[in-house]
Design a protein around this ligand. Sequence first.
Ligand code: UTP
Length: 294
Amino acid sequence: MAASTITRAVIPAAGAGTRLLPATKVVPKELMPLIDRPVIQWAVEEAIASGVNDLLIVTSRGKSLIADHFDRHEELEHLLERRQKERELEAVRSVGEGARFHYTRQAEPLGLGHAVLQGAAHIGHHPFGVLLPDDVMVGSQPVLGQLAAHLQPGVCVVAAIPVPRAEASRYGIASGRMQDGVMQVEHLVEKPPPGKVTTDPAWAVMGRYVLDGGIFDVLAGLPPGAGGEIQLTDALAERAREGRLLAVAFEGRRYDVGDQLGYVKAVVRAALDRPDLAPAVSRYLRDLMESDRW
Ligand code: UTP
């Protein structure tokens, strides 16, 4: 298998973020901070580290702050310069450095598949990545790049992690034989009913994808699926039936920051991954466990 590269990606960020309401009433979910960076910046940095520098962000009404975040802010830079806040200046200047940003709108949240379809004109027939910003992925190698290493013409690649069978009904589940970390997916089912999945663990598809440009034709022809939405999983299920879908057991951890518990876990874990914060945070967590003095 020849390793290949992608240079473009779509970042869908037009969803309503209902699970984090009321925090997301005004602030887009994608701008919720993980320590000092909004979650969408983590996805952008992962894309850039994977060699992807052309990014199309799909937004919607009330989400224009996302574009502001990735713009230069000269007034703020001058203020930081005057105050000689060099660390902060560098942090502000380097936001999104190395990428070209494009934006398109999804007029209604008609589903993830519909959001990806909004990228058709920009992407054309090139293979491209998709990063869901509320799935934060942390690995020793960028996860999108791990998937792109398995790219072949006309084939789609998805990220997968093992989950206990009892939890399978919460995810898109891929089945087939996982060998050396790669599965040729035979079936892909969105949120299978309890009892339907027989393997333990089951392989759940998570928010990173490398797709062939032909996927737009599939998406455009799909009827609404689960929840009345155009589901990306339904398009990928077609690729699985054609023998053109790989699932990769990537190296790294994944946090669903669109969910309240997942968000808390991600903040704690991100703090423990930071050499400057880890000693104080782990001391705090130990104290918390050992006493009731908060
Ligand atoms: P989610 O289903 O996790 O996001 O979609 P959501 O719908 O905003 O959240 P809840 O379930 O109401 O809490 C994953 C990603 O896909 C985007 C979301 O913005 C998120 O980044 N998305 C989802 C769209 O862009 N458009 C859609 O129609 C749906």
